[in-house]
Design a protein around this ligand. Structure first.
Ligand code: PGA
Length: 244
């Protein structure tokens, strides 16, 4: 079995002003030589300042979305080369909030992942079922279709992380049972084009539930929203992952 280095990624979403930079500084200071990869995805407005702040630290930066084009007339959008230029090494694509708020399709998500790769970024590709899809027993069909549609040809361990994020678990404080997570992760793992691709769980991960989630087979880490905004909340999650 290939060794997959675990990864804890924090998605700050549309949160964070200059006075939040101290949290990133604290996260880096608390993990000078982490046994796992740590990625922070602040709003694009903070990327360059966070890059300067984290220079020489073990914390990598990521964007939260990118446009599929390299540049051009797309007011308000951010391209993958711009994210790389600002210091990002990764970018989240296909987050359920993008799929919902902006109607993003699997095809668009795959194009964004390809744009990320072309700019030298790793893509953190998100997928997950809604509550009604789960309640109607369609979870595995939905995630299988999203995986097929959202991962471009060429997805491999060096350029892609897949995040399984049940929509109903995001920001709700609800999480699937360990059996439910294990079932989806095992199902996805068997369908990944490269066994080295890391498969992380996202959705209401916090200090209290992290160790139990990380004990589940085929969970290589987490994509963390709310609990990544403060070092005091994120640190125990990283520590639980290091111990897993
Ligand atoms: P949450 O968000 O941890 O706040 O539930 C996770 C995510 O959206 O990536």
């Amino acid at each position: 079995m290939p060794q997959r280095r675990k990864i804890a990624a924090g998605n700050w979403k549309m949160n964070g002003l200059a006075d939040s930079l101290g949290e990133a500084r604290a996260i880096a200071a608390q993990h000078p030589a982490p046994g796992v990869d740590i990625v922070l995805c602040p709003p694009a407005t903070l990327l360059a300042r966070m890059r300067d702040l984290l220079a020489g630290s073990a914390v990598d930066l990521g964007g939260q979305d990118c446009h599929m084009a390299e540049g051009g007339a797309h007011t308000g959008d951010i391209s993958a080369p711009m994210l790389a230029d600002a210091g990002a090494r990764h970018v989240i694509v296909g987050h359920s909030e993008r799929r919902t708020d902006h109607g993003e399709t699997d095809t668009q998500v795959a194009a964004k992942a390809q744009a990320a790769w072309a700019a030298g970024l790793g893509a953190i590709i998100c997928l997950g079922e809604t509550l009604s899809e789960r309640d109607s027993g369609r979870t595995l069909d939905v995630v299988a279709a999203q995986l097929t549609g959202s991962l471009p040809p060429g997805a491999a361990s060096g350029n892609t992380v897949v995040a399984y994020e049940p929509v109903w678990a995001i920001g709700t404080g609800r999480t699937p049972t360990p059996e439910e997570i294990a079932s989806v992760h095992g199902f996805l793992r068997a369908r990944l084009p490269d066994p080295g691709i890391r498969l992380v769980y996202g959705g209401s991960v916090n200090a209290a539930n992290a160790a139990a989630i990380f004990a589940i087979a085929d969970v290589d880490g987490a994509l963390v929203g709310g609990a990544s905004l403060r070092a005091a909340d994120f640190m125990p999650i990283v520590q639980a992952l290091e111990r897993a």
